[in-house]
Ligand binder design. Structure first.
Ligand code: MIG
Length: 799
């Protein structure tokens, strides 16, 4: 209770008039008569950063989210002022800052249209309870504006009309509107009048976003502490907003190709004989699978970095035998370290003083799976280095290939709030703070430390990590899953939205627990979920295991066959998926594209949720209902081929698509060249002797890419990769494909098998690199498929 009534009624405070302006190259400072400073940094022509302090000076600038490799630099910067305002102009943006109250308006520099303007703008409330400020920002919502992003929210793709909270939370069996859940990704994009911009509020405290819920014309965001510190990112294409945000917060290195294969998981496979039964069954039934997971029961009493002697007497031998059969072993590692003086990890952590403490000195003690635990302070560099070192035996000795970080919100059992109390102290890389500030990045720093351990001990192979909790930027270190979902049709739909939302929040390498974690799917639901899951960058079946089996053969034979068929499609598409991972990793392009991101100019896409583009050229739409024989879906503008029938449809409309249980709506963009491998039971099972290119004729032009390398290792960073850019150009009686090649990697195959799909003419002549060839020499088999050397640079097919 505040007794001073003056304080009590203070409420929101606002900046007053600007009395001082300073410019230091690309950093501008605007100071007001009530001691507020706005620091505006011009990072790029389209990226501005706004920071505010209410105490006349800034704290040290530090962020876990921003990637040190983020690009900077602009072509044009001009600052002027008039009576009312300062005017900052770059080649893309014009920003007005009003002299009376520090409010801002941002315009498109090309046509002067408004993109984003402050409503109340920056304001704050002093927080007497916690200290510091509750920092707030409000923006006027523009006509017809829509909002997207925010990471893992299990809600409609378009966020308009809703309020959200970012506070990483263990959310067993969450539902359609549960908020918050596991991740905190305070980034959104707005879209109005065909123009898209993004806002990244880089504040790790509990943050809130209100998209026209409280007031119809206002969007606002605020945090329970820290700085008002946000990045404004202009498109106007949403894809450019997302790639700029991803550039700012970073992308992962390429994963080993096997990580894009199919993964099988359950809580838990044990003992060893059970693991072997499961893996053997995959091979027996010829269902491709690359990874098998061990959940917490592999450990001795849930002590991280130990193995149960009863269940896994010789892990090294087992992991080797699994590896010989093509299975990579992935094990879970939680943050809670069991309090046990006979447990060396605990003793060492204690001796070195690596565990989190409460404000007054005691250790942060919390109950998780092992019983009472202490928790490493992953926000301290020495602790991360120690943690990374703990993986030596697991990875280098035993041969484990991937690590799964769970419970890192952090989750604590049987306490209010299900996490650390707010007074727990963290180092925050030399910026000591309470859990209120460190909570949302705790899981990220754990995954980061884990990643460094794997990178070190798995070298020269690539690391693979998966995390449950995340903050912006976590994608640099790890893949992720959506946590404990439920085996219901609604959750299949939620998984679809979450994967798209994460991709447009910079985090492409994500997937759901296929089939649902809690409760039991029937065969039909499982099959429909696999169909969706094979088009997600991370593809894993997982279940809580207390309600029956969830392996591809756990239902009936028809379902097993459907599941096999779709996993086989994924394995055939591996070069396509790998190429889109390359584009993500290299060019920040999201691997999944919601229709609104694919074609924002078509307002039909603004409220679509089910359809999405996987990579650049596959249009996917899952079946979300039982007993379906097909569904209606929206086909975006342009021409698309039905994957199953090769029939072409013209988009810009809703249409019915047949999809019995062994099918689903899949379309390929006209002009696409889709690379395919033969089906393998695991990555590397076969030497690829021929690469198939499915060429989808288009009357017009379309570009495609194919990226390949050694599938693992780092040779690709020394130029040993192969990037092929295909330009396709079709006309009524001609189809021309040109290839531009880059990189020194020599692929194992020498020939392409080209399938010509949708050709409107009968082939009369084929010219390779400007020489006519005998149709026999290129093995033209008359039904529009031909085998040709991979070295060609120009292929002309004439009717
Ligand atoms: O409190 O390790 O989300 O994937 O199987 C449950 C057991 C702990 C939650 C994870 C789930 C995992 C389970 N874990």
């Amino acid at each position: 209770m505040i007794l001073n009534t003056e304080l009590e009624y203070k409420g929101n405070l606002f900046p007053s008039n600007i009395i001082d302006y300073k410019k230091d190259v690309d950093v501008l400072h605007f100071s007001t008569s009530n001691n507020i400073i706005l620091q505006l940094t011009v990072l790029r022509d389209s990226v501005l950063r706004f920071r505010y302090t209410t105490v006349g000076k800034f704290n040290k600038d530090f962020s876990y989210a921003i990637d040190e490799k983020a690009s900077r630099g602009y072509n044009h910067l001009e600052i002027s002022d008039d009576k009312e305002k300062y005017i900052i102009t770059t080649s893309k943006l014009i920003c007005h800052i009003f002299k009376t109250d520090l409010r801002k308006s941002i315009f498109d520099a090309k046509d002067n249209t408004i993109i984003c303007e402050d409503e109340l703008g920056f304001h704050w409330e002093e927080s007497y309870e916690l200290g510091g400020d509750i920092v707030k920002m409000s923006k006027a919502a523009q006509n017809g504006e829509s909002y997207y992003g925010l990471g893992d929210k299990p809600n409609h793709l378009n966020l308009k009309g809703k309020r959200f909270e970012n506070w990483a939370t263990d959310s067993y069996a969450y539902g359609k509107d549960t908020d918050p859940i596991y991740k905190a990704i305070p980034f959104y994009t707005g879209l109005h009048n065909n123009k898209s911009y993004g806002i990244f509020f880089d504040n790790t405290f509990k943050t809130y976003f209100d998209f026209c819920q409280e007031r119809r014309n206002v969007t606002s965001f605020w945090a329970q502490g820290g700085e008002m510190n946000y990045y404004f990112i202009y498109g106007p294409k949403m894809q450019d907003v997302v790639t700029s945000y991803t550039d700012l917060t970073g992308t992962p290195e390429l994963p080993p190709l096997w990580a894009l294969g199919y993964h099988q998981c359950k809580w838990s496979y044990y003992p060893e004989s059970n693991v072997k039964e499961v893996t053997a069954k995959f091979r027996e039934l010829k269902i491709p699978c690359d990874a098998i997971y061990l959940d917490i029961d592999y450990m001795e009493g849930f002590r991280c970095f130990t193995w149960s002697k009863d269940y896994f007497p010789n892990p090294k031998r087992m992991v080797k035998e699994l590896a010989d059969d093509g299975f990579k072993t992935v094990v879970i590692i939680d943050p809670g370290i069991k309090i046990d003086m006979d447990y060396d990890v605990f003793r060492e952590g204690l001796e070195k003083d690596y565990f989190c403490k409460r404000a007054d000195g005691p250790y942060m003690k919390g109950k998780v799976w092992p019983g009472e635990c202490y928790f490493p302070d992953f926000t301290r560099p020495e602790v991360r280095a120690w943690w990374a070192g703990l993986f030596k035996e697991l990875i280098e000795e035993i041969g484990v290939k991937g690590v799964w970080n769970d419970m890192n919100e952090p989750a604590v059992m049987d306490v209010p709030g299900k996490t650390f109390p707010s007074d727990v102290r963290h180092d925050y890389d030399g910026n000591p703070c309470s859990h209120q500030k460190a909570h949302n990045i705790y899981g990220m720093q754990m995954a980061r430390a884990t990643y460094h351990g794997l990178k070190k001990f798995n070298y020269p192979k690539r690391p693979f990590v998966i995390t449950r909790s995340a903050y912006s930027g976590t994608q640099r270190y790890t893949s992720t899953w959506m946590g404990d979902n439920v085996a219901t049709w609604e959750h299949l739909q939620i998984a679809n939205i979450q994967a798209q939302r994460l991709a447009l929040s910079g985090f492409s390498f994500a997937g759901s627990d296929i089939g649902g974690f809690a409760e039991q799917p029937n065969g039909e639901l499982y099959a429909r979920w696999i169909q969706l899951g094979v088009f997600h960058p991370f593809c894993r079946t997982h279940s809580s295991g207390d309600h029956g089996d969830q392996e591809p053969w756990a239902f009936d034979e028809e379902i097993t066959n459907v599941v096999r068929k779709f996993i086989e499609i994924r394995y055939q598409l591996l070069p396509y998926l790998y190429t889109s991972f390359y584009q993500y990793s290299q060019d920040n392009v999201p691997m999944l594209k919601s229709l609104v991101l694919f074609d924002q100019e078509d307002s039909q896409t603004h409220y679509r949720t089910d359809e999405f583009i996987c990579g650049n050229q596959l249009l996917i739409c899952p079946i979300n209902e039982p007993n379906a024989k097909g569904r209606r879906m929206y086909i975006p503008k342009g021409d698309w081929y039905n994957f199953w029938t090769n029939n072409m449809v013209s988009g810009g409309k809703e249409t019915w698509v047949d999809a019995d249980i062994d099918s689903m709506p899949i379309f390929i963009k006209a002009g696409a060249i889709i690379p395919k491998y033969p089906v393998q039971q695991y990555v590397g099972e076969k030497i690829i002797e021929e690469l198939t290119l499915d060429v989808y004729y288009k009357n017009g032009k379309e570009d495609s890419e194919l990226y390949e390398d050694a599938d693992d290792g780092y040779d690709y960073t020394k130029g040993r990769y192969s990037l092929k850019k295909f330009n396709l150009a079709g006309s009524d009686d001609k189809l021309i494909i040109r290839i531009h090649k880059r990189g020194k990697y020599v692929t194992s195959y020498n020939t392409f098998k080209i399938n010509l799909i949708g050709l409107p003419f009968k082939v009369k002549s084929i010219k390779v690199d400007n020489e006519y060839v005998d149709l026999k020499d290129v093995k033209f088999n008359g039904d529009n498929s031909l085998i040709i050397s991979k070295e060609f640079t120009n292929l002309q097919i004439k009717g």
